[in-house]
Design a protein around this ligand. Sequence first.
Ligand code: ATP
Length: 262
Amino acid sequence: MFHLPAKPRMSLLKVSNVTLKFGGVKAIDNASFELREGEILAMIGPNGAGKTSLLNCISGFYKPQEGQIFFRNEEITRKKPHIIARKGIARTFQNVELYGGMTTLDVIMSGRHIHYKCNPIFSGLYFIKGRDEEIKHREKVEEIIDFLDLQQYRRKVVSTLPYGIQKRIELGRALALEPQLLLLDEPMGGLSFEEKEDMAVYVLEINEDLGISILLIEHDMGFVMDISDRIVVLDRGRVIASGTPDEVKDDPRVIQAYVGEG
Ligand SMILES: Nc1ncnc2c1ncn2[C@@H]1O[C@H](COP(=O)(O)OP(=O)(O)OP(=O)(O)O)[C@@H](O)[C@H]1O
């Protein structure tokens, strides 16, 4: 028996020598890594390592002082969040309690806004065009609702639903952008064991069935080891290791970083 060589995959996201400072604190210190098309890449590291800051630089919420970020070989460093979203990068947020009285449908529909061609304010003037567009958006939203098994929650107010369902709806909002790259900030955070198992299946299906590449931050190591193709480890703003789950878990620098935390 022999193994065929792995299919070479193009670089989808490239983070190159990125530094981000808050006053005198270097939240990210000359960090570089690459995510290849089709990959699930996990970013791990002790508390305060700079993971969320790096995700915020990629999605345009923070502006790094140094370095460059490329998406599909196009530089996106310091571009505005909505421009980056329009290029095909969607993200979820840890804080899902922000949706007030919105229903599941409203929240997922809100993820479609970057795809609106007809300005809703003037859509009365172009009624037919606007209506056709609205139908297409609703179809896409219904597909996502089916994909994430959210049918029974369609008309429910999000803030009244269990936390695990709220996180799934937040995932739906990000999927509504139809991204090529999905950034997930602690998708397992605050979930029960069963909810984590469900979330792991959805993340894998998003990757395998929808063909969406994924960069995720996660503290649950079991989950990270199970679903990631590769892992990047940050400590005090620096990339200290990267590789497959097996390579990373035995790396003495990684063990030391976590021991140092305790
Ligand atoms: N808006 C901010 N203003 C000032 N300092 C910040 C800000 N955001 C992050 N930091 C600092 O940057 C460093 C990295 O924080 P960050 O939240 O990115 O780490 P993390 O790896 O995501 O941590 P955790 O796992 O605890 O979420 C920390 O020292 C943090 O205090």
